[in-house]
Unconditional design. Structure first.
Length: 278
């Protein structure tokens, strides 16, 4: 029993695919996996950035990190990558659906394109393609590979507190600006993050008989150079009185991927300083 507890968070020998792996949180996810003995498979768009980050992790943790430049909306590219990984490692044990666009649109002097009534259809389509279709395709192919393991595995979808509550658009408002010109959190962010919760529940039952668990983490916002006024305003809406640091989600991710959460399935876990309970 004591030996099991000592190793309950150990990911040694486990191959875990991470999408959006070189972004702010993706890097922290990969670091947590490598630090606990797992082998992160880094997926993102720039091979050079992936290679540099892979080397950094391998130099520090020596767990055989690999990375591939892949557009996760390209199903054939994903199918090909699954074959490469199975040939190289023999199995895939985990998937972290982390990739998403950070929806931003260019304003003109006459129109604020972040607003729903002006939001461009091509931006909508691209955000949904990356955040939802990409997660579906990765679950379809990497998840299916996980289901073939004798011991199953774990899928973690990275949602958001804004998949559970509506964005407070007052946080983005600026004084002296007409209402129809005020910046807002674009609609696609909420749609993608809410959709990932639905995908989580679907997958939690789909391969449960194969011991493939699927859970969603709903992080709150990360302090990352935002203006002081924004930090002050958002902090008043969080019971703990502050935004997160990027490393504060590593423990939850590690728990969800490891045997420490062996009976956790279909859970939607908010990690947001208590924001969604206010």
């Amino acid at each position: 029993m004591s030996n099991r507890l000592e190793n309950i968070f150990n990911l040694k020998g486990r191959i875990v695919v991470i999408t959006g792996a070189t972004g702010l949180l993706g890097r922290k996810h990969a670091e947590a996996i490598a630090c606990h003995g797992g082998t992160p498979v880094l997926l993102d768009l720039s091979q050079q950035v992936i290679d540099d980050f892979s080397k950094e992790l391998n130099d520090k943790y020596k767990t055989g990190v690999v990375g591939f430049a892949i557009d996760i909306t390209d199903e054939k590219a994903i199918e090909s990558n699954v074959k490469i990984l199975l040939k190289k490692f023999g199995n895939i044990d985990g998937l972290v659906n982390n990739a998403a666009n950070n929806p931003k649109v260019e304003d003109s002097k006459d129109v604020n394109f972040s607003r729903l009534e002006n939001f461009p259809l091509d931006v909508w389509n691209d955000d949904i393609a990356v955040g939802l279709t990409g997660a579906f395709l990765c679950a379809k192919h990497y998840g299916f590979a996980i289901s073939k393991n004798s011991n199953g595995g774990s899928i973690v979808n990275i949602s958001s507190d804004l998949g559970l509550i509506a964005p407070d658009q007052r946080l983005y408002a600026k004084g002296g600006v007409d209402n129809d010109r005020q910046n807002v959190k674009p609609v696609t962010y909420s749609i993608v993050k809410t959709g990932l919760i639905g995908l989580t529940r679907y997958l939690a039952t789909y391969w449960a008989d194969k011991n493939v668990r699927c859970n969603a983490m709903c992080p709150g916002g990360v302090e990352n150079g935002q203006p002081d006024g924004f930090l002050r305003d958002v902090s008043t809406r969080i019971p703990m009185g502050r935004m997160a640091t990027a490393s504060e989600y590593q423990g939850t991710l590690l728990w969800m991927l490891s045997d420490a959460s062996s009976y956790l399935n279909g859970a939607i876990i908010s990690v947001d300083g208590g924001r969604v309970v206010w």
